[in-house]
Design a protein around this ligand. Sequence first.
Ligand SMILES: [Zn+2]
Length: 82
Amino acid sequence: MLDGDERHLNIRAFSDKMRREAYERQKGKCPSCPPTGANKAKKWTIEEMEADHITPWSKGGKTDSKNCQILCKDCNRRKAGK
Ligand SMILES: [Zn+2]
């Protein structure tokens, strides 16, 4: 993959490495699930989660590990639909 190359920070897709780092940082939890939701305490597998820009890419958020969070697929889909 293209990790660590500044030239690639303007691309939209997170690398597998950034995705894995966010997953480890969050310990498999989804920060976006509603507190009352059944999925809140769930530990997801990395395959069930998708990388997301904390500051949206469309608003100038970079594709780097600091701006990467990982959401469960349900939340990611909900967010994408906004
Ligand atoms: Zn979620």
